[in-house]
Design a protein around this ligand. Structure first.
Ligand code: NAP
Length: 308
């Protein structure tokens, strides 16, 4: 197979931390150009807009979108209309309808579409899913608490409508939970704590269950200083599984299992190459659906203003 000629849009934190090094290390890809108003990549053609990139970058196969969710749908539509395969950062859109529209368009055009959920590729996630298989699950609790000032400095978009607030990291936990649990989850109660001067929650709690009554609760909080918490605890009839550090480590009854190398984005680009070869769509909406349902059912509490 010839190399996938790819363009990347939105040279921000995640593009620099993960996408650019992972594309550079994967022989299946050739990074042809980037589009970003402020970002540049040494030795790679630059355009200010996706439109400019599609016109000026020569024959491209694929586009990877690393922008905030609010502008993703319009960009993805433009790329799909141009017949390009598209990779979407998480969350795949600001609304469910946007993503359904993209799925339909990708199928109509016969190109690949990947809605990425990077946390599903954290090293301990597949081992956890395998360990849970066949066991009787009693209770699941998610605790995802981090310091927004440390992880999202200056990211104004994250506090705007469509930016998801604390669900921006929280949806990573939901992507893991919806992958390792056997049945779909239904939200029956939620609280959203929204600072008086912001449009998105700084903290949230969710109560969910599956159709068999398995209780699943989640606490997301962006006000945590000191040690950070990204844990999922699953109580079963044969012991308690804990996924900690965002899915990096699995423990059974407090005993850590073998740690493996982190390869989240390497795995995502390997999957995208496969989808491109097969012209397939991979877009699971379960994590975004839970966030949407939390917004629909949630009780809103106005809390102290957030000043960075
Ligand atoms: P970021 O640092 O703010 O970068 C986003 C980039 O998108 C900006 O550099 C900006 O580049 C471009 N952009 C285009 N339109 C924009 C707009 N209207 N407002 C703001 N920026 C705009 O954000 P990020 O942390 O990389 O996150 C981007 C996406 O990746 C989010 O959906 C996030 O959930 C996801 N993600 C982030 C992380 C992480 O660790 N940060 C991890 C996994 C996934 P120009 O201004 O140059 O156009």
């Amino acid at each position: 197979m010839s190399r996938i000629r790819i363009g990347l849009v939105g040279v921000g934190k995640i593009a620099r931390d993960q996408h650019l090094p992972v594309i550079a290390a994967n022989p299946d890809y050739e990074l042809v150009a980037v589009a970003s108003r402020h970002g540049r990549v040494d030795g790679v053609a630059h355009f200010y807009t996706l439109e400019g990139l599609l016109e000026g970058a020569g024959d491209l196969d694929a586009i990877s979108l690393c922008t905030p969710p609010q502008v993703r749908h319009a960009l993805a539509r433009q790329a799909l209309e141009a017949g390009k395969h598209v990779m979407l950062e998480k969350p795949p859109g600001a609304t469910l309808s946007e993503v359904y529209d993209l799925i339909d368009l990708a199928r109509e055009k016969g190109v690949a579409l990947l809605a990425t959920w990077h946390s599903r590729y954290a090293p301990a996630v597949e081992p956890a899913k395998a360990w849970l298989e066949g066991k009787k699950l009693r209770r699941v609790h998610v605790s995802w608490k981090e310091d927004v000032r440390h992880w999202h400095p200056g990211q104004e978009w994250i506090w705007e409508p469509g930016g998801l607030g604390v669900f921006d990291p929280g949806i990573n936990a939901l992507s893991i939970v919806t992958h390792i649990l056997p049945h779909a989850l239904i939200v029956h109660a939620a609280t959203l704590e929204v600072p008086g001067n912001r449009q998105a929650p700084i903290a949230a709690t969710l109560s969910m269950h599956d159709h068999r009554g398995l209780p699943v609760t989640a606490e997301f909080d962006w006000r945590q200083t000191g040690p950070q918490t990204w844990d999922i605890v699953v109580e079963t009839d044969q012991g308690t599984l804990t996924l900690s550090r965002g899915g990096a480590v699995m423990s059974i009854d407090g005993v850590a299992q073998l740690e493996q190398k982190e390869q989240e984005y390497a795995n995502l680009y390997a999957l995208f190459a496969k989808l491109v070869a097969e012209r397939k769509v991979d877009a699971d909406l379960a994590p975004l659906r839970i966030v949407a349902d939390a917004y629909l059912t949630g009780r809103w509490l106005r809390v102290e203003d957030f000043v960075e």
